[in-house]
Design a protein around this ligand. Structure first.
Ligand SMILES: Cc1cc2nc3c(=O)[nH]c(=O)nc-3n(C[C@H](O)[C@H](O)[C@H](O)COP(=O)(O)O)c2cc1C
Length: 186
């Protein structure tokens, strides 16, 4: 009898532990992204559909030009100045999120400067950051290293990078990646 009680208590303890671990894993999730021509935005939209997470765009107070050659000049100007352009986006309840997907295009092999502004505006200590990136063949470049440097206390997980729009396999690729992270709500 005594043995049965001990086993029962052990099982109760174990299930409590498993439930709390699952609850921790399923804390609130946020998707933030910066996108100029829409490729990263499209990735973010699919991630939202497949996870049900909250979605926020990183918007600048003075957005870059819609004209491509002016955009290149402006982006290069901010890169060379190591600028932190002001953002219109502010997330009041960042404390509620324990997982943050951070999406961006690869610009000059590093993060676009507005993404630095965003990362440096919050405390990511103890949060899980999952990067995703659209690029023109430069893959992730230095971007994940940039995030690690800007958010030294965060737990940076495996990133997903796709070439430009990601083509017709994009949804599948995102689904597989989310499954690896245990974040696909099927
Ligand atoms: C200012 C600028 C710099 C870029 N630098 C790179 C680069 O270094 N390597 C690369 O692979 N692609 C580079 N690209 C291409 C973008 O990463 C690519 O077009 C991406 O799909 C854009 O994503 P978006 O539609 O979300 O803005 C650059 C694009 C721009 C506008």
């Amino acid at each position: 009898m005594k043995q049965k009680i001990i086993i029962l208590l052990g099982l109760m303890f174990l299930s409590g532990y498993v439930f709390s671990a699952m609850a921790q894993q399923r804390g609130k999730t946020l998707i933030v992204y910066f996108s100029e021509s829409g490729n990263t935005r499209n990735m973010a939209t699919i991630i939202r559909e497949l996870t049900g997470a909250d979605l926020v765009e990183i918007e600048m107070q003075n957005p870059y030009s819609d004209n491509y050659s002016t955009l290149l000049d402006e982006a290069e100007r901010d890169l060379l100045a190591n600028a932190r352009p002001a953002l219109r986006t502010h997330i009041e309840n960042m404390d509620e999120y324990d997982t943050v997907f951070v999406g961006y295009p690869n610009w000059y092999a590093i993060l676009p400067m507005p993404v630095y502004t965003f990362l440096e505006s919050y405390n990511f200590d103890g949060k899980r950051i999952i990067p995703f990136c659209s690029h023109g063949n430069g893959m992730l470049g230095e971007t994940v290293a940039n995030i690690c440097k800007s958010c030294p206390g965060a737990d940076i997980r495996e990133a997903l990078s796709v070439t430009y729009s990601g083509g017709s396999s994009l949804r599948n690729e995102i689904q597989k990646w989310l499954t690896k992270h245990n974040l696909y709500n099927n």
